[in-house]
Design a protein around this ligand. Structure first.
Ligand SMILES: [Cu+2]
Length: 104
């Protein structure tokens, strides 16, 4: 009789689409003090905390961005930056992470 390792297999089954890609984990050091301009956008497609971290990882690469807040439930993403981040630049970063901006 052969007993398979079902526990090991099950642990990797419940990942969403984003989690099957090589999503990058944002570095903690990129987050600095929260001063400056803030802008909120509505982003579609985020379903879990991993989606949120993928989005955050792309947004913190933008020049001047000091803080990113992601609310997965509502799809709202708020960016704090020293100078305003243009909507086009923001949308490009969101798309780089694999999601899309619904509205600003
Ligand atoms: Cu996800």
């Amino acid at each position: 009789m052969i007993e398979s390792n079902k526990n090991l297999m099950a642990a990797t089954e419940n990942a969403c689409a984003c989690c099957s890609t090589d999503a990058k984990v944002p570095s903690e050091t990129a987050i600095q003090a929260t001063t400056g301009e803030t802008a909120s956008y509505q982003v579609a497609g985020m379903t879990c905390a991993h989606c949120a971290s993928s989005v955050t990882a792309e947004l913190v690469k933008l020049p001047g961005v000091s803080d990113v807040q992601v609310d997965v439930a509502s799809g709202q993403v708020t960016v704090t930056s020293q100078a305003p981040v243009g909507a086009e630049l923001f949308a490009a970063a969101i798309e780089e992470a694999g999601y899309s901006v619904v509205s600003t």
